[in-house]
Design a protein around this ligand. Structure first.
Ligand code: PRP
Ligand code: URA
Length: 213
């Protein structure tokens, strides 16, 4: 059984486990892979958005006033790490259609496995918003740490990382690098191979989403 960690939630609903088994299959074609990433982001996002803040609101029903709750403050922000994170964007936006989107471009060097940042475009007032970073794969943690450090520098206080597959190495690196971030994942896998790919994993998520294998 995978080790458990503080600040890490494994979202293992039966539907998520079922979809993950198809996602991991090397014979799953690109279109189905892309659709599954979107569906998994929606299901996982439901859990990862539990901490969103609410405020009271009175609503007039056809019969009387109902005391309700709605999302409080400025719209939350979802930040896909390009490219593969884009595959999770639409599923999450189905849950929170009024969310803003910040884009962060990161590419892992195939030899050093270090991330190279190549693009960033964020909404305003990040310090007042709840931010969720999405990326299907969380291997060494280098890309996630670079994203978290960038967002902290922009003033982000409330930060969540949502991935589909995490390696223990990445989890430990991110928890050590940031004292507050909470991680949601659908699975914690065994380890990394010599090329820093997750085992058993699902291969290269970006290539499988965009058909660039
Ligand atoms: C993959 C993945 C993560 C990163 C994970 O992206 O989507 O961003 O690698 O690895 P790490 O935890 O060791 O940093 P990649 O750099 O392959 O780019 P892509 O999304 O364009 O395929
Ligand atoms: N990036 C991927 O897409 N897959 C891995 O296993 C590791 C990094």
């Amino acid at each position: 059984m995978a080790k458990s960690y503080d600040r890490v939630t494994v979202v293992d609903h039966p539907l998520i486990q079922h979809k993950m088994s198809i996602l991991r299959d090397k014979d799953t074609p690109c279109a189905q892979f892309r659709q599954l990433v979107r569906e998994l982001a929606l299901l996982e996002g439901y859990e990862a958005s539990r901490h969103l803040h609410l405020e009271p609101v009175d609503v007039e029903t056809p019969l009387m006033t109902a005391h309700c709750q709605r999302l409080a403050g400025r719209a939350p922000v979802i930040v896909p790490i390009l490219r593969a994170g884009l595959g999770m964007l639409d599923g999450f936006l189905e849950l929170i259609p009024h969310a803003c989107v910040g884009h962060l471009g990161m590419e892992r060097d195939e030899t050093t496995h270090e991330p190279r940042a190549y693009y960033a475009k964020m909404p305003s007032h990040l310090d007042e918003r709840q931010v969720v970073v999405v990326d299907p794969m969380f291997a060494t943690g280098g890309s996630a740490i670079a994203a978290i450090q960038y967002l902290r520098k922009q003033g982000v206080k409330d930060l969540t990382l949502m991935v589909l597959v995490a390696a223990p190495e990445g989890i430990e690196a991110v928890l050590a690098a940031d004292p507050d971030v909470h991680i949601f994942t659908c699975a914690i896998d065994d380890c990394l191979n010599e090329n820093a790919y997750i085992l058993p994993g699902l291969g290269d998520a970006g290539d499988r989403i965009f058909g660039t294998i």
